[in-house]
Write a protein that binds this ligand. Structure first.
Ligand code: NAD
Length: 352
């Protein structure tokens, strides 16, 4: 076995159907007294239920999380926490709400408990994103890591089926790129392959019955593993393209991951055969790129950028942006080949 460095993070994870009931215990474990509950406006009801569960340990709710984490929202939440005498925050929701919690943690020492309700995986990473004066910045900082993560599959029962599928593919994307990361190691590879397997295997069961708790548990377990991989190793072309397309053309996060992944894998296939074999094996498919494409299509997810709001005349700009900065990727970044990749993704062509 070759030499490697594996960075694990000091986080506490509570997993299982109904585990939300341990929230007060977890706040106690942190040594905190009163929590500000964060959510999006769409999940304000879930935030209210959490506040009810907390009783007098709830300082208030702040249901204003939005995509891309405007810095003003993070500062408003932090000021609200101070005004209400909160000494911790509980973020219930997907990557946008977790992102708000992280932004608060970046500028204060408020500990964050995250209760993820999608499969985006942000709760397991020290990566943050913030929009300041219209410009989105991302970075890595151990301070933003949630101290505690409560994975309660019961809270994912309300996740609409379409977002269930694309969010699971978002998770799979972290693990797939993790398998060819230049700083990957046997531990992250194990997590990645198992994360892809668990996420993919949950989808047909959730399509048949979106309320099947065992399948919801498997999908959340997969998301945990895939998020851990995202937090531990460097991502490549796929994440770069999704970041560029999402930020520049305001495309929906999980959908853009779903559409791009088969094409990014096809681009890298010849340069990372072992990773591709592991992705394919985890999917029970003969090829990684085709397996991901077929998984998305079989479950009714979008497979074309043109179907999710990408303008055809933006493809050249996207290709330019993708090669602007060098970043690690198994295959060198070739603008012409990336432009072809984007065209295929735009049209929704199955990778060959
Ligand atoms: P999201 O958090 O924006 O959620 C999408 C919508 O679904 C929201 O309206 C939300 O309230 C709703 N929702 C979430 N869970 C629900 C549930 N169980 N039932 C009903 N509705 C529910 O979407 P996302 O895909 O989870 O996160 C995307 C964001 O997260 C992006 O901004 C992305 O950049 C960020 N992200 C960051 C990291 C990281 O490591 N920093 C990792 C992944 C994603």
């Amino acid at each position: 076995m070759t030499e490697f460095v594996y960075q694990s993070y000091p986080q506490r994870v509570v997993f299982g159907a109904g585990s939300l009931r341990h929230l007060v215990r977890e706040i106690d474990t942190l040594g905190a007294k009163r929590a500000l509950v964060l959510s999006t406006p769409e999940q304000a009801d879930a935030a209210r239920r959490v506040a009810e569960l907390l009783g007098e340990r709830a300082a208030g709710i702040f249901p204003k999380a939005v995509m891309h984490v405007p810095i003003e929202t993070a500062r408003e939440a932090r000021d609200e926490a101070r005004r209400l005498g909160a000494d911790c925050a509980v973020a219930i929701g997907g990557g946008s709400t977790t992102g708000l919690g992280k932004a608060i943690a970046l500028e204060s020492d408020l500990p964050i408990i995250t209760i993820p309700t999608t499969y985006a995986g942000s709760e397991m990473t020290p990566i943050y994103g913030l929009t300041d004066a219209g410009v989105k910045k991302t970075g890595r900082d151990a301070r933003v890591l949630p101290k505690t993560v409560i994975y309660d599959p019961e809270l994912t029962l309300t996740l609409p089926l379409a977002l269930t599928v694309t969010s699971a593919l978002n998770a799979i994307a972290h693990a797939a790129e993790g398998l060819y990361a230049h700083d990957g190691n046997p531990i992250t590879a194990l997590m990645a392959e198992e994360g892809i397997r668990a996420s993919a295997a949950a989808l047909p069961r959730l399509q048949a019955n979106p309320k099947e708790i065992a399948a919801r548990s498997d999908a959340l377990y997969g998301a945990w593993l895939c998020g851990s991989v995202l937090g531990a190793v460097a991502m490549g072309l796929h994440h770069k393209l999704c970041h560029t397309l999402g930020g520049t053309f305001n495309l929906p996060h999980a959908e853009v991951h779903t559409v791009i992944l088969p094409h990014a894998l096809a681009y890298n296939a010849g340069h990372a055969p072992e990773a591709m074999a592991r992705v394919a094996r985890a999917l029970g498919a003969t090829g990684a790129a085709q397996g991901v494409y077929d998984l998305a299509k079989r479950h009714g997810a979008p497979v074309a950028l043109k179907a999710i709001g990408m303008p055809a005349d933006g493809l050249d700009q996207a290709a330019d942006l993708a090669v602007q900065n060098q970043y690690p990727n198994p295959r060198p970044l070739e603008r012409a080949a990336i432009r072809v990749l984007l065209q295929r993704a735009f049209d929704g062509t199955r990778p060959d």
